[in-house]
Write a protein that binds this ligand. Structure first.
Ligand code: PMP
Length: 421
């Protein structure tokens, strides 16, 4: 049973890996938007952006199987797969971004972005948002303040509040830019040379802060004036999730120096990487030998290519826009009847709900948010909570989420809210 598994897991894997939910979920199978436990109970996945074209999509599965049965190796031989894939992805990015490198995880992509930026700028300084998450390598964990590392962030890292249209008075874009500028100035005074300004294009762990459009443009300008490169972390917002464009940064009318990507890229098969301007990648490559055994391997590329095929053929970006809007309207309607919801926001199928104690004061209510997440889980609808105060319900389902799925989510939320104390 679950309790035995939890004990076995602790004994074998130790305590570093955290599980979701008060009653952790044992899963054995996934299909589309559904996840199944050993008793074949179906759970609606409204959280998982990895399975972006749906869990175990048959086209992705057969592409992986076919390639694994033909050639699965490392990446020091000539193979057309990474070339064909890079061409397709670069075709979706602004023209200035014309080279690609492959890794296996988003963390490695951000780690590589940092190395490239350090070489290009001669600096080491990083500015991130206050509750950012960018990954687990030692270098990247150092600028992932949401991990709450013992001792806090090191001296070469500065954090700034993410731009929040709900809570901040005044123009969040201008305030964000002023904060970024001040953070870089401050590090310069301490003898640290700027290297990187990295942020999500929909601020995820900071609380699903999505807009308005153009939100981060002034901050990008400020970072460049300070001598830093702008890295767009598209690990969560990328691949059509925001419904209006393939990449989240496009809604902010900015052109990144480096774009990092991962999670949805292989629909569960580990694929990640970055795209950047040729001058950056070439300077790095002329000075450093980079070999990532599995980065861009033929099986990974087969998975990733099939994901792009399905995104296109099933019109999933349009679905993210239409279903996202439909769901947001339903949630806004629920908000009009439940004062614990202070705000409904988001882009496409990347939606956040602020759970508050008091609508006027906007006091965060993380305990209630967690109670809602667990009550939803007990009713077999999977969401999560996020944000600097942990009070923002996070809804980020596979892009095949339908209006009927949105209705099930909304109706379950009504039921849960009606049963809260
Ligand atoms: N950046 C962001 C925005 C992420 O959400 C994550 C993963 N949660 C990462 C980077 C790291 O990716 P990975 O877990 O694949 O290393």
């Amino acid at each position: 049973d679950e309790q035995t598994m939890i004990a076995r897991r602790a004994a074998l894997l130790g305590p570093a890996y955290r599980l979701f939910y008060e009653r952790p979920l044992h899963l054995v199978r996934g299909a589309g938007v559904w996840l199944f436990d050993p008793q074949e109970n179906a759970y609606l996945d409204a959280y998982n952006n990895v399975a972006c074209v749906g869990h175990s999509h048959p086209r992705v599965v057969s592409a992986i199987a076919a390639q694994a049965g033909t050639l699965a190796t490392h990446t020091r031989y000539l193979h057309t797969a990474p070339l064909d894939y890079a061409e397709r992805v670069l075709g979706t990015l602004p023209g200035a971004i014309d080279r690609m490198m492959f890794t296996c995880t988003g963390s490695e992509a951000n780690d590589l972005a940092l190395r490239i930026a350090k070489m290009a700028t001669g600096g080491t300084g990083v500015v991130v948002t206050q509750t950012a998450y960018h990954g687990v390598t030692e270098a990247v964990a150092a600028f992932s303040p949401s991990l709450c590392l013992p001792g806090g962030v090191p001296p070469h890292v500065r954090t700034v509040p993410a731009p929040c249209a709900y809570r901040s008075a005044g123009d969040p874009a201008m305030r964000f830019a002023a904060d970024v500028s001040a953070a870089f100035e401050d590090m310069k005074h301490c003898g640290v040379t700027p290297a990187v300004f990295i942020c999500d294009s929909v601020f995820s762990s900071d609380g699903i802060l999505d807009g308005p459009a153009g939100l981060i443009a002034p901050a990008v300008l400020a970072a460049r004036e300070a001598g830093a490169l702008y890295v767009a972390d598209e690990v969560q917002a990328g691949f059509g999730r925001t419904g209006d464009a393939m990449w989240g940064f496009q809604r902010h009318h900015v052109v990144p120096d480096i774009v990092t990507m991962g999670k949805p890229m292989g629909n569960g098969y580990p694929v990640a990487g970055l795209a950047a301007r040729a001058d950056l990648i070439d300077t790095f490559g002329q000075n450093v030998r980079y070999f990532n055994t599995f980065g861009g391997n033929p099986v990974a590329m087969a998975a990733a290519g099939a994901v792009l095929d399905v995104l296109e053929d099933e019109g999933l970006m349009d679905n993210a826009r239409d279903t996202g809007l439909y769901l947001k309207n339903r949630l806004s309607e629920i908000m009009s009847r439940h004062t614990v919801i202070g705000d409904v926001r988001g882009a496409g199928l990347f939606i956040g709900l602020e759970i508050v104690k008091d609508r006027r004061e906007k006091t965060a209510d993380p305990a209630r948010a967690v109670a809602i997440v667990n009550a939803m889980r007990d009713r077999r609808v999977l969401i999560s909570a996020s944000g600097t105060s942990g009070n923002v319900l996070k809804i980020r389902p596979p892009l095949v989420f339908s209006k009927a799925d949105a209705d099930l989510l909304a109706d379950t939320l009504i039921d849960v809210l009606g049963n809260l104390d």
